[in-house]
Design a protein around this ligand. Structure first.
Ligand SMILES: [Zn+2]
Ligand SMILES: [Zn+2]
Length: 285
C-alpha cells in the first residue's frame, strides 16, 4: 500500500527541514506521495517539486491557510492550487506583507520592554519566508531571554494577547474556501480536533464550511485521539466528503519527527485528485 502523507511543513514556514531534507526522509520512510503545505505561502513548492521528482515521489502542491472565525484560529488546507492564480497570489502577498509589518511591530514592542533582539536577526531566521512568531521566539532564545521557543509564547512576551503580541490579518474560513476553489484547489479542513486548547472545532463552524462546498476533512492527525479520528471519518462519510490522514510534520520541532506517522488511504487520495481535476477544469477552461 503506498504511503501518502498530505500535510507537511518546511523551513519556509515553521518546519525545520529544507524541502530537500523533507523529501529525502520521505523516501527513507517509504512515502510515495507527499504534500508540502506551508502556512500561507507557496514559496517552497518549486524546490519541493525539484527534490521530489528524482526520488520518484509525487509532490502535491499545497498551502495551509490560517483563518479566523469568531476570534479563533482555524486551519484550512488547499491542494493542487494553481500558484499563478491572480486571486491567490494577491492574497498570499497581502498575508506576507502583513506578517512582515507584524513581525516588525512585535520586535519593536519587545525592544520597548527591554529585550535585546533585532528585526534584522528575525529576518535572517525567516530565510525569506513569511515572518511568524516562532522566528521571533527563536531570536529571543538566542538573546538568552527564554530557554526555549515554547517559553516565548507567554503573557509576558508573544503568546496570544501577550504584552508584545500583535494581531495578524487572516481570512474567514469560508472566504479561504472560495479563494482556494477559485484557484482550482481542493479544500480540506485541517485537524478539526485541535482548535482552542484541546477542544475541537465547533460543529456549527464545520457545517458552515460544508454548506459553502468543503471538499474534505483531515480525520487522522497525530493530535487526534482514536475516538476523534473515527468521529471525523464518520462525519466525512455522512456528508460524502473526502477524508485524509497526515502527519503535519514540522521537522524536528516535534520529537519524534512525525513524517509518515499518519497517512491517507489510496482511495481517498484518488477522490482528492478527481476533485482537483473537476475544479481545475473549471478554473482553467
Ligand atoms: Zn495547522
Ligand atoms: Zn500544519
Amino acid at each position: 500500500m503506498p504511503g501518502i502523507d498530505l500535510h507537511t511543513h518546511t523551513f519556509y514556514s515553521d518546519g525545520t527541514f529544507t524541502p530537500r531534507d523533507l523529501m529525502t526522509l520521505a523516501r527513507e520512510r517509504g512515502l510515495d506521495v507527499v504534500a508540502v503545505t506551508d502556512h500561507d505561502t507557496t514559496v517552497g513548492l518549486a524546490e519541493a517539486e525539484a527534490a521530489a521528482e528524482p526520488l520518484g515521489i509525487e509532490l502535491v502542491p499545497g498551502v495551509e491557510f490560517s483563518t479566523v472565525r469568531d476570534g479563533e484560529g482555524m486551519h484550512i488546507l488547499a491542494y493542487f492550487v494553481d500558484p499563478s492564480d491572480p486571486g491567490l497570489k494577491e492574497e498570499l502577498e497581502r498575508l506576507q506583507a502583513d506578517r512582515f509589518t507584524r513581525g516588525e511591530r512585535m520586535v519593536a514592542r519587545l525592544q520597548e520592554l527591554g529585550y535585546p533582539i533585532s528585526f534584522d536577526r528575525v529576518r535572517e531566521i525567516a530565510q525569506g519566508g513569511n515572518i511568524i512568531r516562532p522566528h521571533v521566539a527563536q531570536a529571543l532564545v538566542e538573546a538568552g531571554v527564554v530557554p526555549s521557543v515554547k517559553d516565548a509564547f507567554s503573557d509576558e512576551l508573544i503568546g496570544s494577547g501577550g504584552k508584545a503580541y500583535v494581531e495578524k490579518h487572516a481570512l474567514h474560513p469560508v472566504d479561504a474556501l472560495r479563494l482556494i476553489h477559485g484557484a482550482g484547489g481542493v479544500c480540506v479542513l485541517a485537524h478539526p480536533g485541535t482548535w482552542r486548547e484541546a477542544s475541537p472545532v465547533p460543529v456549527q463552524a464545520i457545517d458552515e464550511l460544508v454548506e459553502a462546498g468543503l471538499d474534505g476533512i483531515e480525520a487522522s492527525h497525530p493530535e487526534h485521539t482514536p475516538e476523534m479520528e473515527l468521529q471525523y471519518v464518520q462525519m466525512a462519510e455522512r456528508w460524502g466528503l473526502i477524508w485524509t490522514g497526515s502527519s503535519d510534520c514540522h521537522g524536528t520541532r516535534y520529537d519524534p519527527v512525525r513524517l509518515g506517522s499518519r497517512t491517507t488511504p489510496p482511495d481517498q487520495f484518488q477522490r482528492l485528485k478527481a476533485r482537483a481535476a473537476e475544479l481545475g477544469s473549471r478554473a482553467r477552461p
